[in-house]
Write a protein that binds this ligand. Structure first.
Ligand code: HDE
Length: 710
């Protein structure tokens, strides 16, 4: 999958270091060619292929239970699996760092050095995930993506356990088991996997109108990101910051990707689910290994305590965004992921996040979803990893840890002290409570009556769903209609899809009509409520186009066959590499390809059948001799590749025979294009032909760079 070999990858990742990577080295086992095989108790093993058995040398007799080596091997294997995460089971992770910007505006709101001190490099581990599917489910399914960040600060670990969507399905943590039971595979047959397109999910959200806003986000292009590197992250919940003067601010956290926010189209997502279920995992690794470490800017939105009630929504309600027009974003620092893990299980699988892990200067709010989460995460780690989960190498802080917690399964620390309680007769000795620099809870005045209620502002559910739908670009809206229609058409209980089309009419009359027409829902006669007509910045993905267009880390397929013009390939490859893209040469076979000038001096990375257009962002077909053109045009996979890439709005470029091949493949779709010139040079996108006819190779390369980055 990568253009560099394993040794280069190791060389690259071994260069990366920070306090956490050094800390992990304590437990990293180097394995050299001369490392001997041993049992777990350290005895060398001369043979690991045959169970000790009775035999006369000709016939097998019974295997003997006394073979402690075989027994140990099987025992260890039998217990390899641990429970998967109850949600977010499927994921991948990487190491990196966070650095506050020089003059970070965060210092007005917090004294936490991680956000304010630009001289610090804070090690970070990030795990991305999908929510619904099991550990082995496909990456590209329609789902919310997890974006969990663990910062190993000098004051302790700080976890921002976020998603790629800024709101959530429910307002109160007590509903979490219900929404998750509803979206997960149905209990009677454990179907479907990695999908929300089923009766139970749509039944629940149809009866739970507070989900409407989040459902719109999940059905939008946000639900099918192109890459983990091309999506935003959001803390979602309302946290607080405390400044040196002791003033408290409500805060929301946003991660903004350097590469902009991009999505697959649904047809690609569906196909990739089968063609390359690890598409997003491989994409993250490929970018890091090829020297394009993904980056995000951390931005905060803050509201002073005194302004808490100045909005027509409750700022503690996780089903609401804080519109950027009302609460501007302030950029405070940068996150970079520059190292892949050495081993998946001990690092990514054993990584455990906890919303309750905050550091001095950062606190919670009364957001009822966050309050429940603060209970849930620690609790779930006990089932998954055991009570000493914070001692696991990936989870332990890089600062000192010392207290009177003791024992429990898998205790790995040996405490040299005769007392394990406080106060004790050795009170002059450590560990003693630390006043200065310790975590002081904010002195918040609270009064109330114990009751199970939702306050009035928590009862409005459609204003922001409408704001989101209004803010979409026309193609995003079309995708939204298609996604609702796909999902509801997979529900076979009429009560379910009829109920949901009625809910849609509370969001947008035309949206409800379009979906109802597709799925046989209830066709509304008039809007259930007026559209307020408002839009907000930052809800459409188009608002996040990178300031400078880039093709960095984009995968470009160069289709070739025997008889290809070598220079055409090399010029384009060089141009793409200069732009930071990752070109792959694909041919009828992997190996050497003979070129028009003679000799076999072009090496193909893959053969046509081994890859699909869906795995690439753009396509280029160079010049070649007649045999070259005939081979490509006579290959159904190539013709399909071009047509499919065109259908998925990808940039397609061709020169000479390459251009003729594109014309041949697209003749059904773009009849108005003139491809007749035998040596015309062509760059096509779904937006039209960029040029045809007298077009130089160099300008074609430039155009590919410009277009692919658009
Ligand atoms: Fe989670 N969530 N969640 N969640 N969540 C878990 O913790 C929970 C919520 C999120 O890569 C679990 O370690 C409750 C919102 C991510 O390891 C569990 C509620 C957001 C991950 C849990 C929520 C998230 C989890 C399962 C409602 C976005 C994966 C395994 C009150 C801000 C972290 C685990 C990783 C994982 C509980 C709602 C994000 C059971 C009770 C809102 C990214 O503790």
């Amino acid at each position: 999958m990568s253009t560099v070999g394993q040794s280069v990858k190791q060389a690259f990742t071994s260069m990366v270091n920070n306090a956490k990577i050094s800390d992990l080295k304590r437990d990293t086992v180097e394995i050299t060619p001369s490392t001997g095989l041993t049992t777990d108790h350290g005895v060398y093993i001369p043979e690991t292929d045959n169970w000790l058995r009775l035999s006369d040398g000709q016939k097998h007799g019974p295997s003997l239970l006394e073979d402690q080596i075989a027994r140990e091997k099987i025992h260890r294997f039998d217990h390899e699996r641990i429970p998967e995460r109850v949600v977010h089971a499927r994921g991948t992770g990487a190491h990196g760092y966070f650095k506050a910007f020089e003059g970070s505006p965060a210092s007005k709101y917090t004294f936490a050095p991680v956000l304010t001190d630009p001289s610090r490099t804070t090690p970070v581990f990030v795990r991305f995930s999908t929510v619904q599917g099991s550990r082995g489910s496909a990456d590209t399914v329609r789902d919310v993506r997890g974006f969990a960040v663990k910062m190993y600060t000098e004051e302790g670990n700080w976890d921002i356990v976020g998603n790629n969507i800024p709101v959530f399905f429910i307002q109160d943590a007590i509903k979490f088991p219900d929404i998750i039971h509803a979206v997960k595979p149905e209990p009677h047959n454990e179907v479907p996997q990695g999908q929300s397109a089923h009766n139970n999910f749509w039944d629940f959200v149809g009866l739970q109108p507070e989900s409407a806003h989040m459902v719109c986000w999940a059905m939008s292009d946000r639900g099918i990101p192109r890459s983990y590197r091309m999506m935003q992250g959001f803390g979602v919940n309302t946290y607080t910051l405390i400044n040196p003067a002791g003033e408290r601010f409500f805060v929301k956290f946003h991660w903004q990707p350097e590469l902009g926010v991009h999505s697959l189209v649904w047809d690609e997502a569906l196909k990739l689910g089968g063609q390359d279920p690890d598409f997003h995992r491989k994409d993250l690794e490929e970018a890091i290994v090829n020297g394009a470490p993904p980056k995000w800017t951390l931005a905060i939105q803050t509201i002073a305590e005194k302004d808490e009630h100045n909005f027509d929504f409750d700022i503690l309600d996780a089903t609401k965004v804080w519109p950027a027009e009302l609460v501007p974003l302030q950029e405070v620092g940068e996150l970079v992921l520059n190292k892949t893990v050495d081993e998946f299980f001990p690092e990514t699988e054993q990584a455990a996040f906890c919303t309750s892990h905050v550091v001095p200067g950062i606190g919670f709010s009364d957001d009822p979803l966050l309050q429940g989460r603060n209970f849930s995460y620690f609790d779930t780690q006990i089932t998954r990893l055991g009570i000493n989960w914070e001692q696991l190498p990936i989870n332990r802080p890089v600062c000192p840890v010392m207290n009177h917690h003791r024992d429990g399964q898998h205790q790995s620390r040996i405490h040299k002290s005769p007392v394990n309680y406080w106060p004790n007769r050795k009170s002059a000795g450590p560990p003693v409570p630390v006043e200065k620099g310790g975590y002081h809870d904010f002195a918040q005045k609270v009064a109330g009556i114990k009751q199970r209620i939702r306050t009035p502002k928590f009862q409005e559910h459609f204003n922001q769903a409408q704001l989101f739908v209004n803010s979409l670009a026309p193609h995003e809206r079309a995708h939204l209609i298609a996604a609702f229609s796909f999902e509801l058409s997979h529900c076979d209980d009429p009560v379910v899809y009829e109920t949901y089309t009625k809910v849609l009419n509370h969001i947008d009359f035309n949206l409800a009509k379009d979906v109802a027409a597709n799925v046989g829902g209830v066709m509304p006669e008039k809007p259930a409520r007026e559209n307020h007509g408002k839009k907000s910045f930052g809800l459409s993905q188009l608002d996040f186009a990178p300031s400078k267009p880039t093709i960095k880390s984009r995968r470009i397929a160069i289709l070739v066959a025997d008889g290809v013009d070598l220079s055409g390939v090399m010029v384009m490859k060089a141009a793409l590499k200069a732009g930071g893209a990752v070109p792959f040469v694909i041919a009828p076979r992997r190996g050497h390809i003979s070129t028009s000038s003679g000799g076999e001096n072009l090496f193909a990375d893959h053969h046509f059948e081994g890859q699909r257009s869906t795995m690439f962002d753009a396509l280029y077909i160079p010049r070649g001799n007649e045999l070259f053109g005939k081979t490509l045009r006579g290959n159904g996979r190539v013709v399909h590749w071009i047509a499919e890439a065109f259908g998925h709005c990808k940039t397609i470029a061709g020169i000479g025979e390459g251009s003729k091949t594109i014309a041949f493949a697209l003749s059904h779709f773009v009849s108005e294009l003139s491809f007749s010139s035998s040596d015309s040079d062509t760059v096509v996108t779904s937006y039209g032909v960029i040029t045809a006819g007298s077009y130089s190779l160099k300008s074609a390369a430039t155009d590919v760079l410009n277009i692919a980055s658009g």
